[in-house]
Ligand binder design. Structure first.
Ligand code: AMP
Ligand code: ZN
Length: 112
C-alpha cells in the first residue's frame, strides 16, 4: 500500500516528531495553519474516521488518552483545537486517519 503516513511511521519519509510510542506518532504538519500544528496518527493504517471499527478502536482511544499530555508538552495550556477531515467533502488529502492539533494563538470561533 502506498500510504504517505505509513511511510512516516516506518521512517522511510522523515518527520519532525513531537511524541511517539508503540501505538501512535505525533509530528509537525509540513504546512502549519497555526503556530502549533501537529498531526497525531495511529501506527495501524486506518483510512479515515469512516474506517474506525471495534478492532482498531484501541488505536484511536489511545490517541485521545494522550492528547492532554501532548498538548501540555507543546505549551497549549490556554486551549487548542482538534480536527479530523474525513473523505473528499471533508477535505481529507492524506488517506491515513489523522487528527490535527492546532493552537498557539487565539483561534477563530467559527469552524470554517
Ligand atoms: P488533511 O488535508 O486533513 O488530509 O491533512 C493532511 C495534512 O498533512 C496537511 O495539513 C498537510 O500539510 C500534511 N502533510 C502532508 N505531507 C506531510 C509530510 N510529509 N509531513 C508532515 N505533514 C504533511
Ligand atoms: Zn497508512
Amino acid at each position: 500500500m502506498d500510504c504517505l503516513f505509513c511511510k512516516i511511521v516506518e521512517g522511510v519519509i522523515p518527520s519532525s516528531k513531537v511524541y511517539e510510542d508503540d501505538m501512535m506518532l505525533a509530528f509537525k504538519d509540513i504546512n502549519p495553519q497555526a503556530p502549533v500544528h501537529v498531526l497525531m496518527i495511529p501506527k495501524m493504517h486506518i483510512d479515515s474516521l469512516d474506517g474506525v471499527n471495534a478492532e482498531n478502536l484501541p488505536y484511536v482511544t489511545h490517541i485521545f488518552e494522550k492528547i492532554p499530555a501532548i498538548a501540555a508538552s507543546l505549551g497549549l495550556d490556554k486551549g487548542y483545537r482538534l480536527i479530523s477531515n474525513c473523505g473528499y467533502e471533508g477535505g481529507q488529502t492524506v488517506g491515513h486517519l489523522h487528527f490535527h492539533l492546532l493552537g498557539g494563538k487565539k483561534l477563530g470561533e467559527n469552524i470554517l
